[in-house]
Each structure stands twice: as C-alpha cells, then as structure tokens.
Design a protein around this ligand. Structure first.
Ligand code: NAG
Ligand code: NAG
Ligand code: NAG
Ligand code: NAG
Ligand code: NAG
Ligand code: NAG
Ligand code: NAG
Ligand code: NAG
Length: 893
C-alpha cells in the first residue's frame, strides 16, 4: 500500500510537474511477478487422466508430458476453497502450454503487494510521554466497545488470525510468550526475516516480529491486555491470536504467499482472518481477493484494509480488500490530535499551541524577533533578507505565512543565522506543515498577530518550549471524519467498497519491545484489526456458526453510524464510496433488535440500472415497534474531471442527490414480524453523466433511539462510455500511448531496433480507468485498421510472460494480427504519482508473448484496451492505438 499523508501537509504542491518521458526506465513495470502464475485446477474427478494420486500430480504429469519445465513454489489443497499451485515456468512456450493443460481451471498472474506502510509512526516512551493521547480509549468510546467491555464482552473463545509482519509476543501486553495457553496461541512464519518478495521464502514455525513492528501494532489493537502503563486495551483482549508472518524485515509480499497464509489459517481453525495489507487495484479478481472472498462465503470473517490511496480519487480500492465477500475497512480520524504548547514571557499571553507531537528540542528560553512587525505583510521573508538585517542567531523568529513556500522563508532566515521559527497562519488554517529539516512550526493566525503587535509596541518577548506537561489535546479538526487517506471505491465492477469504517487515524498500540514497546500509527491498517476485534466480540456473544459469520457484515453495516464529509453545517454526508456504510457501532451490532437485510443496495450504472430494490426489516425484540423510514442522501462523488482523468482526492461532492420512493415509510411490527420494503430510485436529475457521478446514501429505519440503515450506491452514467486510455499529455508533457527508443526519445516516425544492448522498443501507456483487458499485438506495417486514438505525430531479453487468451472471436478477432506481444487482465488505472503507479511500460523483446521469436521485418504495434462492461469480442468496445512503423532489425537474423 502506498502511504499517503495523514494530515494535509501545507506547502507540498499537489499538482505534480510533468514527468520527463526520457526519465522512464526502459523496462516492463507491470504489478505482477514475471514467470510466476497461480494455477487453479479442477478437483481430481474432473481430470481426464485420473491415475494420479492427487489433482496436483495429475497437473504435473500432464505438464511433464508436454515437456513443460516448471518449478512448484507452493501447493494449495483446500477442498472447496482452492486447489492448485503457484508455479514458476522456464520459458514463455511453457506458459503457452500451461493454458492448454487439461484440468487447469484458471491461471492468474502473481501480484505483488507493498509493505503496509503506516501513514505515521511515533514511538512513545512512558505514560508521562507527551505523545500519549490523554484519552487513549477514545476509539472504544466512538464505537461502543467500552460499553461491551463493561458488560464483560471481550472476545473470549474466538481466535483471530493476523496475516502481517508477525508479532512480538514477548511483549508484556501481548501475553509474553508463544503457544497454547498464551494470547498468541499459534501461527507460522511463512517467509523468514530475509524475505523481500523477490527471493525464496524460508519458512519456520515461529512468527516472532522484532524487526518490522506493523503486525505487533495491529495485534495490540485487537488484543493488548488492559492494566498496561498506557491504560489502553485491545478491542477483543480475551480473544486468542494466531500470527501468520508474510513479510520479512524489508520488501513486499506476493499473492501466492498471502493465499498460502489464508488457507493455513482456515486449516488451523481460526474464526477471523485479518489483513492490513494490499495494493491499489479497482478489480475483484486477484488470487488473494478471490480466495479471501471464498473463505468469507463459508462463514468465516475476513477483514481487509481498503487502502491508503485516498489522494488518487475514486474507483481505486485495494486488493485483496476488494474480495467480494470480504469486509473492506475505511479509516476514521480519532477525535483528538496531540499537540504541544509553548509559553511566552514579556507580554501577557496564554500558552500558544504549536503543530508538533513532541516538544521542540529547544531547552533554553530564547528572545523572539519578527522579520516584519506588520501582520498584514503578505510576502514576509519570501526574499533574501537585506544586508543590514540583524543576526538571527539565538532568536526564535516570527514569520507570517504566505506568497512563497515555508522552506523558502526558512532558507532566507537561515542565511542570517535564524534556525528556529514560528510561522503564523495567514487565515484560519492550522495543520502540520512541511518545513524540511528546519525547527519550525505553524501557530494560529491570532497568536501570531498578537505577538507581532506586541513586538511592534516595543515589548521584549521570550519564548519557552516546555519539555514536559505541555502536551495538549487539540480537537482534531478532522476528528470523527473519514481519514482523507482512505481509498475510494466502488470497484470497477461496482461492488460496495469499502464496507465500513473504524478508527484508524492516530492510534496508540503495542510495538515490538526492541522497537519502542508502544507507539502511535495511522492508516487503514489500524482500522482493519479494529473491525476484526469487533467481529470477535460479536461472535463471542452470538456464537461462531457459519450463519452468524455470513450475516456479520450486514449487521455491522446496518448498525453503523453515518459520517459527515466536514464539520460544517449543511455540508452533505461523506460519499459512501469512502465511508462505506459508516462508522461501526459494535454495541448496537450486538444489541439491536431490528434486523435489516440486505445492507447494500447496488444500483450499478445507467446501462445496468437496478433502480428497484427490496429489503426486509424484522423486529427481533420483545415488544411491538413503530418504524419510520427516511431517505438520507450522501454527497454525490464527482469522480471524473472534464479531461477524462479521475478527480484526485478529496473527491468533490455535489448535492445533486438521487430520489427514492418507498413502498411504505411507516409501519408497526410485532415481535418476530418482518416487513418487506420496495425502494424505487431515480438518479440525480442535475448531475452531469460525463463526470461519472456516483450517488449514494442511506434509507434510515428508526424506531425511537433504535436506528439502523441500508446503504445504496449507483452511477449516473454508463461505464462503457468511460474513456480508459489517457491520451492527454498531462503526465509526461507529451501525449501517450507512445513507443520510446533506447535513448528515451518518443518514436515519431519509422524506427529500426537492433535488440542489442538496450536497443528495444518500450510501449508506454497510462490508463485513465481500469480495464478488464489490455492487449498489445504485432500487426502488418500496412494494416488498414483505424485506431480510436490518433497518433500524434525486468531483463528485457526475456519476454514478459503475460498470458494471451485464445481468440476472443467476434469483430475483435477480425482485426488481422501477426501475434500477441502482451496481454493484461483486470489492470488498475494509473494515478498521478510518478513513483507509484503513474504509468505502465512494456519493453518488447524480439519475441511474442508466447516466446516465439519475431522475424526481422517492418511492423506496427496495435494497442487495445477494453472498456469496463465492454464485450471482449466486440472491437468497438476497445480503445485502440496504432504505432509508427517498428522495424525489427536484429543483426544476423
Ligand atoms: C479476560 O481477560 C482478563 C484479563 O486479561 C482475565 O482476568 C479474565 O479472566 C478473562 N476472562 C475470560 C472470560 O476469559
Ligand atoms: C495549551 O494552550 C491552550 C491555548 O492557550 C490552552 O487552552 C491549554 O489549556 C494549554 N494546555 C496545556 C497543557 O498547557
Ligand atoms: C495564505 O498563503 C497561501 C500561500 O501563499 C495562499 O495560497 C493563501 O491564499 C493565503 N491565504 C490568505 C487568507 O491570504
Ligand atoms: C527591551 O530591551 C532593551 C535592551 O535590552 C531595552 O533597552 C528596552 O528598554 C526593553 N524594553 C522594554 C519595554 O522593556
Ligand atoms: C454491475 O453491472 C455489471 C454489468 O452487468 C456487472 O458485470 C457487475 O457484476 C454488476 N455489479 C454488481 C455488484 O452487481
Ligand atoms: C529499417 O531497416 C530496413 C531493412 O530491414 C530498411 O529498409 C529501412 O530503411 C530501415 N529504416 C530506418 C528508419 O532506418
Ligand atoms: C507497405 O508499405 C510500405 C511503406 O510503408 C510500402 O513500401 C510497401 O509497398 C507496402 N506493401 C504493400 C504490400 O502494400
Ligand atoms: C506463438 O505466437 C505466434 C504468433 O501468434 C505463433 O505464430 C506461434 O505459433 C506461437 N507459438 C507457440 C509455441 O504457440
């Protein structure tokens, strides 16, 4: 997962300068591991030659018969969930053979997932440490967990499998030891310390984590024992934990390892599996998504992070969290931020709160000086200070925000010896700022104006940064709102992602003993175990039956609390594409006597509009209840900009709401009685379909203080109309798709490649939207094909073993191709970040995707991307681009 910033860092530009295309590495950069596939096979009975002892042996026999050279990385044998193997193949010909092997049901590439980077980490040293939130249990109060603990509901008898970096079970709050009878009852290390995601895992039975820490933080959110010096406790501190370690000390993890961990957890009999990991995807099809979903369908609980890619806009939730039956979890910011106070002397003034979790390491009391004592100067310290300015050494310098970057101002101060600065806001802003390596911070405007005026009046002011007892519980202006880093859904196939939200911003929990014992982190990684622990509380009360398991997501969603988009009155609720069904309330989920189902009404896009929906309301209480139903719309997410690219986060919201007609809006139910409601939705009248507005909201079902809801989400617009290929020049400064040569130049006319050293063509493209199918084919130079897009004017020697499907048929296959260079299924769109999924590149060797050499000659590349919900056999459902002439000119061939 990409780690996005928790609080907007002012001064950091959000508009990225275009990336020079010549800087692009001439390599294939797809998010999959070359040469590796996860193969799913039929159970033995369906395989033609069943002399073999197992479906695996049958597969291997059959591959050997075809002279396919392969290495088995992992075998999966979980009947009813997943039977198959992760294989590494030697050559592209072997890949082509694999797909024709009897018994092979599905072949999926092996995706890579980055380490789950927390958005923010702080080690806290002791309870007196100023960084400890004074109210460390605010997350439990927000979600009703405190009231369940008070009732003695703490998750006893439930086992939670944590798939992460392992756990430091030597931690005194996590049981202190490993094995039966302890809190961490079991688990497995599937990879070993040295695993990076690219080398061979070295498994061992001990999932101890003393080098990464992420899994230990996750474990504390679920299971930290009360009675620790920090006064925190896990959501389900009497539950048992099994630790499945899938990350080494550094690096990433691949799908095959995650699938292995999931199936191992199931085999060990855990009740809940939780994964605070993933990568931006938008589709529901990766191996770990599919297996997670199948496990959830059996009645086990699978909670998975929605992702930290909120800055990249809608249609961008992570896998495996996109797994259809999994519970994908959004993050809510905790209600308080911990900040520091400074004190001033020489003038009467209250302590001044400054933006820092820890006190500035400034031990002396220092005099204050202002560059300008006039608090209306707009460009204070934006220019180099004049020669006659005083030496600023030993002063705290007061500067007003505005006109240039903070670092610019601070650099000018530094030139005169100023190393410590207070920057006062020029409006009503107050958040963390980017000051590089300087000791500088933001204070609020009024405090700065007061100080400047006092200095102007001739006061001699000194400033002290107390090192203890100065932490202050500043109300987080975003507290109680969805963390801006939470990824937005829905999935490209319109599944309701994320499902629910839980506290994940600014969370105090356990760290490995050698890495600090306790610390604060933020991310959907922290929200996810909160939901896993909450599920344990529910199972411990309602029982661990598959029926309870299968209905648990519905229970959490229908009893969740809706979350506003801002704290400003009159602003709409946050779009359900970021909050899901809202903030969970575990007390209500357990104690509600109104059972509503289903929880999600998916209306889909205009072409597949399911505007008529039904749900049922059952009174499971002991007395009759009169219900009143109301439509509570949320902000409509304007997901696409006029240029066809996704709106970056925070996704703009409009108040063009859908309307709904209910078959009944008030009724009374006797105990045990059920009422079915029909809801007829009309998409928002004024919303502009070309901006792909996703409308969403709730039908609230209230009987006195007993309030539940169903959630709906729909699109005004047709996904098949959504442009998938970014043809603009916004990212690179030049339009793509394009082919670049060895020198990084865009190929404008015909160009020959020798395929020696670095002389390969590299196809560069960007997707403005996810595509179910992207193909690059080699075609005749004289092809008469008219593309939809008009041309503007790893060891590259081994082919990228993508997996070309057999002919799709229809008009698609009427386009005459010579052979396929690459095919990618269900790939995510790109974002605007050059270091993380900004573009795709495919370096083409002198060979087709199946490994067969390409003869010297003059050709073109035909690039095609299928639109969402498009028919793969219909050429008109693709966007296409035809390259200039590409000459294959290998010497001696
Ligand atoms: C739950 O945990 C507490 C403290 O760790 C312990 O005292 C108590 O006996 C446990 N309760 C159950 C029901 O296991
Ligand atoms: C910090 O400063 C604010 C504003 O003056 C004040 O309200 C608060 O009580 C102070 N807190 C501490 C711990 O000094
Ligand atoms: C404050 O300064 C920033 C940065 O120069 C500027 O964008 C903003 O408009 C200013 N705000 C006010 C209220 O002047
Ligand atoms: C401030 O300090 C200067 C030099 O130390 C002194 O001359 C001046 O009188 C002081 N002003 C006030 C208001 O105390
Ligand atoms: C939405 O419609 C498309 C096209 O029919 C379909 O493939 C997809 O599964 C639907 N999504 C849901 C969640 O039903
Ligand atoms: C490419 O090579 C062919 C021979 O294979 C030659 O006819 C042609 O002129 C060359 N084109 C360029 C642009 O160098
Ligand atoms: C194909 O196009 C090339 C120029 O791009 C031309 O020289 C050649 O004659 C054409 N071949 C056919 C069969 O049309
Ligand atoms: C590979 O693809 C090319 C082009 O479609 C085809 O001519 C060749 O026969 C294929 N090779 C194998 C081993 O299937």
């Amino acid at each position: 997962m990409k780690s996005n910033l928790l609080w907007a860092v002012l001064g950091a530009s959000s508009v990225l300068a275009s990336v020079p295309i010549s800087s692009v590495k001439r390599v294939t950069n797809l998010p999959t591991v070359p040469n590796k596939f996860i193969v799913e096979v039929d159970s033995l009975s369906n395989i033609p030659s069943k002399r073999s002892a197992s479906p695996h042996e049958a597969l291997y026999d059959s591959l050997r018969k075809r002279a396919v050279r392969f290495k088995v990385d992992k075998e999966f044998n979980s009947q009813g969930l997943f039977v198959g193997a992760a294989l590494t193949l030697n050559t592209a010909q072997d890949v082509a053979q694999l797909k024709d092997t009897p018994g092979v049901k599905a072949i999926r590439p092996v995706r890579t997932f980055a380490r789950p980077n927390p958005v923010k980490v702080q080690v806290v040293k002791d309870p007196k440490d100023p960084a400890v939130p004074p109210d460390s249990e605010s997350t439990h109060i927000l979600t009703g967990v405190d009231r369940l603990h008070a009732q003695g509901i703490t998750g006893s008898g439930v086992t939670i499998g944590i798939i992460d970096t392992g756990i430091d079970y030597t931690h005194p709050s996590l049981g202190g030891a490993f094995g039966p009878g302890h809190k961490v009852i079991g688990g497995f290390d599937l990879v070993g310390d040295a695993y990076t995601g690219t080398n061979t895992p070295v498994p061992d039975p001990d999932p101890l984590d003393q080098c990464a820490g992420h899994g230990t933080h996750v474990a504390g959110i679920i299971g930290a024992d009360p009675g620790n010096p920090f006064g925190i406790s896990g959501v389900a501190y009497n539950a048992s934990i099994a630790a499945y370690r899938v990350f080494g000390c550094n690096g990433f993890v691949t799908d095959d390892v995650i699938v292995d961990a999931l199936l191992r957890g199931v085999a060990d009999g855990v009740d809940i599996l939780t994964m605070s990991l993933g990568g931006a995807d938008g589709w529901t099809e990766s191996s770990s998504s599919v297996v997670s979903s199948r496990i959830a369908a059996t009645g086990k609980i699978v909670t998975i992070a929605a992702g930290n890619d909120g800055a990249s806009g809608a249609w961008y939730t992570s896998s495996p969290g996109n797994g259809i039956n999994a519970i994908s979890v959004a993050s809510l910011d905790n209600t308080n931020i911990l900040l520091q106070n400074l004190t001033v002397q020489g003038v009467q003034h209250n302590p001044i709160t400054y933006q820092s979790t820890f006190p500035f390491p400034v031990l002396q009391t220092l005099p204050l000086i202002a560059i300008s004592k006039d608090p209306t100067v707009v460009d204070d310290a934006c220019n180099p200070l004049p020669d006659d300015s005083p030496d600023l050494t030993g002063f705290v310098v007061l500067v007003r925000r505005g006109s240039c970057t903070f670092v610019q101002k601070l650099t000018n101060l530094e030139a005169k010896g100023g190393t410590i600065a207070l920057i006062y806001d020029n409006g009503s802003g107050f958040s963390a700022i980017d000051v590089g390596q300087f000791t500088a911070t933001l204070i609020q405007a009024q405090d700065g104006v007061d100080l400047a005026n006092a200095l102007a009046g001739g006061a001699n002011i000194t400033v002290t940064f107390p090192q203890t007892d100065a932490s202050t519980n500043f109300p987080d202006p975003n507290g109680g709102l969805i963390s801006s880093f939470t990824s937005y859904g829905p999935s490209n196939d319109f599944f309701f992602k994320p499902a629910v939200a839980a506290p994940g911003g600014n969370i105090l929990s356990t760290l490995p003993v050698n890495l600090g014992v306790f610390g604060i982190e933020s991310g959907t990684s922290m929200a996810t175990p909160f939901v896993a622990g909450s599920a344990a509380l529910i199972l411990s009360v309602k029982g661990k039956t598959p029926a309870v398991g299968r209905s648990l997501r519905t229970l959490l969603e229908t009893t969740a609390q809706s979350v506003p988009s801002t704290h400003t009155d009159g602003d709409p609720l946050q779009t359900l594409t970021q909050q899901g069904a809202g903030l969970i309330n575990v007390f209500d989920a357990i104690h509600t006597t109104t059972i509503v189902s289903p929880a999600e009404l998916v209306l889909n896009d205009t072409a597949h509009f399911k505007g008529t929906q039904q749900f049922t309301v059952r009174n499971s209480g002991r007395s009759a209840k009169t219900y009143k139903l109301t439509h509570v719309p949320a902000g409509t997410a304007v997901t696409v900009q006029p240029n066809g690219l996704a709106s970056e986060g925070p996704v703009p919201l409009s108040t063009d709401f859908a309307s709904v007609v209910l078959s009944s809006s008030s009724f009374t139910l006797r105990p045990g009685q059920t009422q079915t409601i029909t809801a007829r939705f009309t998409p928002p009248a004024k919303a502009d379909a070309t901006t792909f507005p996703v409308f969403s909201g709730f039908i609230q079902i209230a009987s006195g203080s007993d309030v539940t809801h169903v959630s709906y989400v729909g699109l005004k617009g047709t996904l098949k109309d959504k442009q998938v290929v970014d043809t603009s020049d916004e990212f690179f400064g030049v339009a793509t798709p394009a082919i670049i040569d060895a020198g990084g130049n865009i190929q404008e006319g015909a160009h020959n490649y020798s395929f020696l050293v670095q002389d390969f063509p590299t196809l560069i493209f960007r997707l403005a939207f996810g595509s179910p199918l992207v193909r690059a084919d080699l075609v005749d130079q004289n092809i008469t094909f008219v593309p939809t897009i008009q041309s503007r004017a790893i060891n590259p020697l081994s082919p990228s073993f993508t997996f070309p499907h057999p002919n799709k048929g229809g008009t698609f296959s009427q386009v005459k191709i010579i052979g396929t260079l690459a095919e990618l299924d269900f790939i995510p769109r790109n974002n605007e970040d050059p270091n993380d999924n900004g573009f795709y590149s495919v370096t083409v060797p002198p060979a087709f995707a199946n490994g067969t050499a390409i003869a010297n000659g003059l050709y073109r590349f035909l690039f095609r991307a299928l639109k969402v919900t498009g028919n793969p056999t219909n050429e008109a459902d693709y966007e296409s681009w035809l390259s200039p002439i590409v000459g294959f000119n290998q010497p001696g061939k």
